[in-house]
Design a protein around this ligand. Structure first.
Ligand code: SF4
Ligand code: SF4
Length: 281
């Protein structure tokens, strides 16, 4: 028997999971929340954008139907039976403030959010998938599936089998900036999570007409170019290899010395910029 779940009920459920301090915390012995109140968007599983993403990124990149079947091979569904539910978790004001003050090595709070905040995001993915499945709507969290991982895209280099940023774009949450981060109504200092569910939910409107509609680079903004200590962003776009090399060679060893374990922490391009915590206008 199905309980009734609409977009509002699911948004309430996501928010209530995040109010649990056992889920949303900046560390095992820290009561400070890792994330602010989330933004939530929905897209349909048969949205043509997902096929386009696969064609652009590579055949290894899952469509919603492929992700769902990886979790529930025994359930016979069509792409049109599925909804992709995506959330954006904004960094807190304290984390953004600390990180804004840094220029070459990441703030402690930012690194904690990258590590423990992402663990909180995993708990959210798991709890939401379980709650919806238990309510009669089989649900997978693609980023939690055993087959999830990184592949090499001919066009983009290292790429995930499921891009939550792209799912967020498809779900009306925002558009890409010069550094390839997604600019949302709560800015670019956010992390994304998602599930794919066999549920009939309406898609969130996409109030934009192009991939980079919210980015002000066309109006001369170069703030993220100037913030990047690796020179990985230019007017032409984002150099992923250069970015990853800086993280691997500079920030990860620094964070390992600070916290005792390595964390892929950087994100200077997400703070101290006009799109840090809002859509720039
Ligand atoms: S800092 Fe400026 S150029 Fe960079 S992503 Fe934000 S709006 Fe676009
Ligand atoms: S994550 Fe760091 S290295 Fe990569 S583009 Fe942003 S500021 Fe530059």
């Amino acid at each position: 028997m199905h309980d009734l779940f609409g977009v509002r009920e699911i948004a309430d459920l996501i928010r209530s999971i995040l109010t649990d301090p056992d889920v949303n915390r900046l560390g095992p012995d820290c009561a400070e929340p890792a994330w602010d109140c989330p933004l939530i968007g929905v897209s349909r599983g048969d949205d043509p954008l997902y096929t386009k993403f696969q064609e652009t990124i590579g055949s290894f990149h899952w469509t919603p139907l492929e992700a769902f079947r990886a979790g529930f091979p025994e359930i016979d569904v069509a792409a049109s039976d599925l909804a992709v539910i995506v959330w954006a978790l904004p960094q807190t004001a304290a984390t953004r403030r600390d990180h804004r003050a840094c220029t070459t090595l990441p703030s402690r709070r930012w690194s904690l959010a990258r590590h423990y905040g992402e663990a909180a995001n995993d708990r959210l993915r798991d709890r939401l998938a379980r709650a919806l499945t238990d309510a009669g709507y089989p649900t997978v969290a693609p980023a939690r599936l055993p087959g999830f991982g990184r592949e090499t895209s001919e066009r983009f280099g290292i790429a995930s089998r499921w891009s939550e940023r792209h799912a967020a774009y498809a779900s009306g949450l925002g558009t890409f900036g010069l550094c390839d981060g997604l600019i949302t109504e709560r800015g670019k200092a956010v992390r994304f999570g998602s599930v794919v569910a066999a549920i009939d939910l309406p898609a969130t409107p996409r109030p934009y007409s192009g991939r980079t509609a919210y980015c002000l680079s066309h109006a001369g903004c170069d703030a993220c170019i100037r913030r990047c200590p690796a020179g990985a962003i230019s007017a032409e776009g984002y150099d992923k290899e250069r970015c990853f090399a800086y993280i691997r060679e500079t920030t990860m060893p620094f964070v390992e010395g600070e916290l005792g374990f390595p964390v892929a922490s950087c994100g200077f391009c997400q703070t101290g910029v006009p799109c840090e915590s809002r859509r720039p206008r």
